[in-house]
Design a protein around this ligand. Structure first.
Ligand SMILES: [Zn+2]
Ligand SMILES: [Zn+2]
Length: 349
């Protein structure tokens, strides 16, 4: 099978971006196209022929070594495909089923976090496309307990971004404990936020949504999708916000959001790693009972709930498709903030 493989850490070269990791070699093509044997599903696992694989900022974190994967690794954790083979003991799913795979690839099932439904915090958490091989390939294996049926009213490529961008954004929204009528800020407007704004419009119809993003195209998309106000982080929105979700890969956005929060406001940071440091001043950014909380990983329950919400409300997915061998190009465009919506690879076309 064809697969895109990461063999060592690199800084991804993109025009206009300064070098941040001089200790790493830099390249515009960090992933290598290779031919590998199709993997065999082990006990409890299934083999999936991948038809769509979402591209996520986390892959950039992995390539640049901020979230270290096993090496070599096949990245990718938003897969949609069909089961073509099952391992011993598989009973929940069968050959021919259309399924999705997400970031949560495996958790121990017996620690205090796992038994309380917080498998995302499990010390033995294994992430798809990071600790386990993922979907930047024609085939992948996954544990049957960690695959999901995909809403029938979504095509494969439009369903892939539901599995990370959408589902983790939904976890962030739950952690934000929004009440209808509160003003909500979404900062950064890519694969995740463009779904979450639609969910907010369904769940909290009286809430105002304020979007801050540096890209003109993303500002336009936010307005099309119902933002009450959208502008750059340098501009001042018309009002302060009660809750905010930060989707940006850089540290500088956090103090800016904290300035915009009302007393008692809460910020949820929906990013695994930040590319640049976060500098906070206690009085200016945190005083008046302001809170910051991060989102770590995801639970199976978040994914199931989100797939149900997406299917019922037909959350619209803006996406751009790429061939598997164009994965490096998709990653460069994502790093530059030039993807409108989500980037999706089509490994079997
Ligand atoms: Zn992701
Ligand atoms: Zn556990």
């Amino acid at each position: 099978m064809k697969a895109m493989v990461l063999r060592r850490f690199y800084e991804i070269e993109v025009p206009g971006e300064p070098r941040r990791y001089p200790e790493l070699p830099s390249t515009s093509d960090p992933l290598e196209l290779v031919e590998l044997p199709v993997p065999e599903p082990g006990p409890g696992q299934v083999l999936i022929k991948v038809s769509a694989c979402g591209v996520c900022h986390t892959e950039i974190d992995e390539i640049e070594g901020r979230r270290r994967p096993k090496i070599p690794v096949i990245p990718g954790h938003q897969a949609v495909g069909r089961i073509v083979k099952v391992g011993d003991g598989v009973s929940r799913v069968k050959i021919g089923d259309r399924v999705g795979v997400a970031w949560v690839g495996w958790a121990c099932g017996s620690c205090t976090y796992c038994v309380s439904g917080l498998e995302n915090l499990c010390g033995d958490f294994k992430a798809t496309g990071c600790d386990l091989d993922g979907c930047y390939a024609e085939y992948m294996v996954a544990y049957e307990d960690y695959v999901y049926s995909v809403p029938w009213n979504y095509e494969d490529p439009e369903a892939a971004p539901l599995l990370c961008g959408g589902a983790i954004g939904y976890r962030a929204l739950k952690l934000a404990s929004v009440k209808d009528g509160m003003a909500l800020g979404l900062v950064g407007f890519g694969a995740s936020a463009h779904q979450i704004i639609q969910v907010v419009k369904h769940l909290y119809p009286n809430s105002k949504v304020i979007v801050l993003t540096r890209s003109r195209e993303h500002i336009e998309l936010a307005r099309e999708l119902g933002a009450d106000w959208a502008g750059t982080p340098q501009e001042n929105p018309p009002e302060k916000i009660d809750r905010a979700i930060d989707f940006t890969p850089i540290g500088e956005t956090i103090p800016r959001i904290m300035e915009l929060l009302k007393p008692g406001g809460k910020l949820i940071v929906n990013v695994i790693r930040k590319r640049t440091p976060i500098t906070l001043e206690y009085t200016k950014h945190l005083w008046m009972e302001k809170e910051i909380k991060t989102v770590a990983n995801i639970t199976r329950n978040d994914i199931k709930e989100y797939l149900e919400i997406a299917g019922k409300n037909k959350i619209k997915i803006n996406y751009q498709t790429f061939k598997l061998e164009e994965a490096n190009k998709a990653l460069r465009l994502l790093k530059q903030g030039k993807i409108k919506g989500a980037a999706v690879l089509l490994p079997n076309t």
